[in-house]
Write a protein that binds this ligand. Sequence first.
Ligand code: GLN
Length: 277
Amino acid sequence: MMKKALALTMAAVMAASMTACGGSTKETTAAETKAADTTAADTSAADTTAADTTAAADGKVYKIATDTTFAPFEFENDKGEMVGIDLDLLKAIAEDQGFEYELVVAGFSAACTGMEAGEYDAVIAGMSITDERKEKYDFSEPYYDSGVGMAVNADSDIASYEDLKDKTVAAKIGTEGCSIADQYGFTINQFEDSSSMYQDVLAGNSVACFEDYPVLGYEISRGVAFKLPLPMENGNSYGFAVMKGQNTELVDMFNAGLKNIKDSGKYDEILNTYISK
Ligand code: GLN
């Protein structure tokens, strides 16, 4: 009986110490060290990949992880296909540079922890290039400018952060939106994916959610009954990420391909497919 109670208490303590946004906070870093260590120990495997640079064109298939629902960057269309700006850019860049990849639809935090554990070679998931992430990841050149916004239900009275006092907000684990909500000290309901986060707000469990501004804008344009009462904050650009010092040839190819598709007009064509100007 005592033992069980103690175990429960410990579980509760652990849960409490994990609450600050998963992937991107100090608390989780300790838990993640294990995954990071595995990667370090795995260097031989990673090295083989890196040494195989020339194999990029002959046989190497990069495993590239992405998010599940992050429209218009990656999302499932009506036909059940994964589409979006990130995925079209990646496809065009891979074609331009002649490398092969397998796309893994993992979810944002799973994509990051999976890459840290050596399961994926890279992540493309509307990932903001932040100083904190630059300590462990190498990023491509920025390919899209973004920032975080606060969305509330269309009929909500909430118009400022002060209105969120003593209320619960929703955010996605490991994201910048979650870190911002955490910095303001809000009580956060955390979700693995954006759709569950939106549902929590629509259902009235949370009064607002913190998510990238262009993504919220896209959802609103598609009929989700949200509004954005405040301007965007914390502008950060998106980059394609690999683990620091690993798969450097892949980042180089991404950068070279990005430049080529910008020059050819393909980049604008892709953006215009999803975002009407
Ligand atoms: N841009 C945000 C970040 O990097 C969110 C990314 C995402 O949810 N896919 O944290």
